[in-house]
Structures are given as C-alpha cells and as structure tokens.
Design a protein around this ligand. Structure first.
Ligand code: MG
Length: 267
C-alpha cells in the first residue's frame, strides 16, 4: 500500500492512497486511517477524500535521524572525481531539514552552488541494531522518494557535511511511502530527476554499489535505528545546480514523483 500524510483541514492525517491506475476509472483517492501507521496496524475510518483536494506533507517525520549515504553510485563518484568508498560513507541530516512534496526548497544566502540529488529513501519500521543483511527486509517499513539537497560549495569548504546537507528544507521526502515493494524490487527501480521538465538524472537503483540490505547492516552496526528513521541510499550520476525559480522533480518507478520549487530565502 501507499501511505500518505496529508492536510485537509487541521492537523496532518495519514491515509492509504488508491490510484486510478490501479483501481479503474475513479479519481485518485485517499482512504483515511486513524493513528500512526508506523506505530501499529492501520484502522480505516471509512472516510475517503480525493487526492486532488488535499495537500500532501512529508509521509514521515523521522523521529531521530536521516542517514545519508555518499558516493553509492560509481558513475556519480566518477563525475565528482572521487573514489567509491569500500565501506559505505555515512552522514547525517537533521530531521528539521525534512519537507514534503510541493513545499519550497529554500536557497540559502550562504551558498552559491545548490544541487539536487534524486535518491531512493528507505523508511525503517522497527527498532533494530546490528541487522544482518539477510534480515534487512524485516526492518523496512517502506520506500519513498528523496532529494538530498546539497550546498556543493559548503560541502567542500566545511569538510564536515552537516551544514552543506543540513539546512532547513534540504530533505524533501514523498509523495508517499510504498510498503508493498519487496527488497529485490526496490533494488531495481528506474530513477529520474528533472529540472523544469528537463531530464538531468536517469539511473536505476540496481546501480548502487552497496545494496539496500548492506546499507541497513552497515548503519545499524553503529547506531540503533528507530521506526521512522530514514536512510537515503545515494544518488546516480547527473547531479547539477538549482536556481531560484526552478521546479525539481524526482521520479522513482513504482513509487511516485516528488516535486519541489526552489525559492529565495526571505530577508
Ligand atoms: Mg546524496
């Protein structure tokens, strides 16, 4: 199923998205559920809303952390002129960087080289530590689409990536969490990024150097993963700059499209 978080009126609510492409001639709808799907089984309230009538927000607010993986696609490492690391290169993004679909990416005054990075995001479903690769599927709640927004100049000048990857709005997630994909399916999905409709990244999650299962094993070897934690699995080649006024979309086949505008920071 596809779990979305949305605002119709009042507080954000969870729902199960039912797309016309699956269900026939009806419009895309959301079946409203009560409670937090990450905390337990979903209960349908019986209410149904049209997808077009609500505003989607990030399908998950990571309770403790967003873990990013650097240089996990060989062609991307090559375009940056760096080696593919033998063990996964891990960094953190603060959960305050998370925004939802349609929400603006704010171009900070401190950078003059803001980049998109389209990525598959893994949403963790269980508390876990030292997960062996063969158990990785058991701790995955689902998958969503991410844009690992990066201030490329600050990434180089700071050394540490906390600021370059961590500004508010630097972690768009959405449009929803797909919970039905098997691990093997998630490892073979077409991923494209467009800027103002022009294709900039055209990859496949099968090109990852370290697999989803290996990434979960690696990050859980040093940190406890909590339900709602998110792992960004790295970006394919084709990264490049964004400008104020751009619209950037990341599409992962079988999940959906995450679109965000880029806006100037208000003085
Ligand atoms: Mg990245």
């Amino acid at each position: 199923m596809r779990i979305a978080r949305f605002v119709a009126q009042g507080d954000p609510t969870y729902g199960v998205v039912e797309l016309a492409e699956d269900a026939g001639p009806n419009p895309d709808t959301i079946a409203v559920v009560s409670g937090d799907p990450l905390a337990g089984p979903v209960h349908y309230t019986g209410e149904r809303v049209n997808l077009a009538d609500v505003r989607l927000v990030s399908p998950v607010i990571p309770r403790s952390k967003v873990l990013g993986i650097g240089r996990n696609y060989a062609e991307h490492a090559a375009e940056r002129g760096v080696e593919v690391p033998e063990t996964p290169l891990v960094f953190l993004k603060p959960n305050t960087a998370v925004i939802g679909p349609g929400e603006p990416i704010v171009y900070p005054a401190e950078t003059s080289n803001l980049h998109y990075e389209g990525e598959l995001a893994v949403v963790i479903g269980r508390i876990c530590r030292r997960v062996p690769t063969e158990r990785a599927a058991d701790v995955i709640f689902g998958y969503t689409v991410a844009n690992d927004i990066t201030a490329r100049d600050l990434q180089a000048s700071d050394g540490q990536w906390a600021r370059a990857k961590g500004f508010d709005s630097f972690c768009p997630l959405g449009p929803w969490i797909s919970t039905h994909l098997e691990l093997a399916e998630a490892g073979d999905l077409a991923l494209t990024t467009t800027v103002n409709g022009e294709v900039r990244q055209d990859g496949n999650t099968s090109q990852m150097v370290h697999s989803i299962a290996e990434l979960i094993a690696h990050v859980s070897s040093f940190t406890t993963l909590l339900p709602g934690d998110v792992i960004l699995t790295g970006t394919p080649s084709g990264i490049g700059p964004l400008q104020v006024g751009d619209s950037v979309s990341v599409t992962i086949a079988g999940i959906g499209t995450l679109t965000n505008p880029v806006v100037a920071e208000e003085a």
